[in-house]
Design a protein around this ligand. Sequence first.
Ligand SMILES: Cc1cc2nc3c(=O)[nH]c(=O)nc-3n(C[C@H](O)[C@H](O)[C@H](O)COP(=O)(O)O)c2cc1C
Length: 200
Amino acid sequence: MKLVAIVGTNSGRSTNRKLLKFMAKHFADKADIEVLEIKDLPAFDEPEDKIAPAEVAIFSQKITEADGVIISTPEYDHTIPAPLSSALEWIAYTSRALINKPTMIVGASLGLLGTSRAQAHLRQILDAPELKARVMPGTEFLLGHSEQVLDDDFNLNDADKVAELEEHFAEFQDFVTLTNQLVKQADTDRKKAFAWEVEE
Ligand SMILES: Cc1cc2nc3c(=O)[nH]c(=O)nc-3n(C[C@H](O)[C@H](O)[C@H](O)COP(=O)(O)O)c2cc1C
């Protein structure tokens, strides 16, 4: 199984990045997880020709080629960080690569309960007509006190949280397989053709 894991921030010291790197290492025998950065993408603007800059096109292509997507989001001001919004706007406005893509949301925060509001918000955003990811329902992985439990070698030093994540990830692998069997290409094509503008 080929997955991409999007770091939901441009921060150099991000614990969300460490969480994804831990997942890539810990689940290496179950899936090939490539960690994708948004920090090198330009801020979204609205190109009239709807053509994405090269970095965005490469980013989108990796999503298109993956069986599923993991997004790890911090929480800023009760929502997702602006660079993650910007990356999603690029995808919505150009490739629409997330449409029908099985997606798992996780989040790490310095405090105890951080990212629950950001994760709920991200679910809502991913249901927008131009994004329409298939987000795994019924699970929420929140990693609090992330600076204490994640180290620089990408270890997660909390056995209970590792066990919880293993359970979520096993469920996600089944969700990816089943969703990709369920989704019809015609549905993806119809959703990709969505337009806000009404044709004259
Ligand atoms: C501008 C800003 C706003 C933040 N707002 C929240 C918030 O609303 N809720 C929260 O739990 N943490 C908040 N935090 C703390 C972040 O959750 C914390 O920095 C987190 O570790 C970021 O993830 P990272 O380690 O991947 O950078 C905020 C941090 C910043 C810089």
